[in-house]
Design a protein around this ligand. Structure first.
Ligand code: LAC
Length: 218
């Protein structure tokens, strides 16, 4: 029985490619490749630092990954750096995100975010998306200075809500994050918006959904 739903933030509630989308014309023809490299490197740095027993916060890693993307894709004007970072702080939510939170909240479920993002990044994004009223907690890895998929991160949820792992529904678009949450013992929901192939067969999600609307129909 799931009594709390916990959402990943970046890629699940907030569209990580919305920053480049706001500046697509200025970024030019390599905009999508640039955005992919920015995201891929941002995540890679979380994994490599955590494996090495090191930590730098997610805003710092977002800046470092952006600088790598500029170096790797020289056609994108470095003058866009401040605008892209500003856009990242207030990323657009996916169109279905707010309504899905509202529908679950109306059913009396507790709701939270569990994210790699810093508390400051998360509160800016949550405010910009008008989601604050639906969330009982916004939990950041910053509290444990390790990144997903370390179990210590998912444990922030069971500590905050004093719940058994099996009573938590964890929702993420990032298949590797679903793997970590399933390994921890959460009930997992994989949001596969782009219909990409499945991975991590040993850690299957409880449900696969195409968008967040399907969640409130569960
Ligand atoms: C997060 C990463 C996975 O929000 O984007 O935790």
């Amino acid at each position: 029985m799931v009594s709390a739903y916990v959402f990943d933030a970046y890629g699940t509630l907030f569209d990580v490619h919305a920053a480049i989308a706001r500046h697509r014309a200025a970024a030019g023809p390599d905009a999508d490749r640039f955005s992919d490299i920015w995201r891929t490197k941002q995540l890679e740095y979380t994994w490599t630092l955590t494996l090495a027993g090191q930590y730098a916060d997610f805003w710092t890693l977002t800046e470092r990954a952006l600088d790598f993307a500029f170096a790797r894709v020289p056609s994108v004007d470095r003058g866009l750096r401040p605008q892209l970072l500003e856009a990242y702080r207030t990323l657009d939510a996916f169109p279905d995100a707010r309504a899905a939170l509202a529908a679950l909240k109306a059913r009396g479920l507790r709701l939270a975010i569990l994210s790699n993002g810093t508390p400051s990044m998360l509160s800016a994004a949550v405010e910009a998306a008008g989601m604050a009223g639906y969330l009982d907690a916004v939990l950041s890895v910053d509290a444990v200075r390790q990144y997903k998929p370390r179990p210590e991160v998912y444990e922030l949820v069971t500590n905050a809500f004093a719940l058994e792992r099996s009573n938590v529904g964890f929702v993420s678009s990032n298949r590797w994050d679903v793997m970590g949450a399933a390994s921890f013992g959460f009930q997992t929901y994989w949001v596969n918006r782009l219909a990409v192939p499945d991975e991590y067969g040993d850690f299957a999600p409880l449900r696969r959904i195409g968008d967040l609307t399907a969640l409130s129909a569960a």
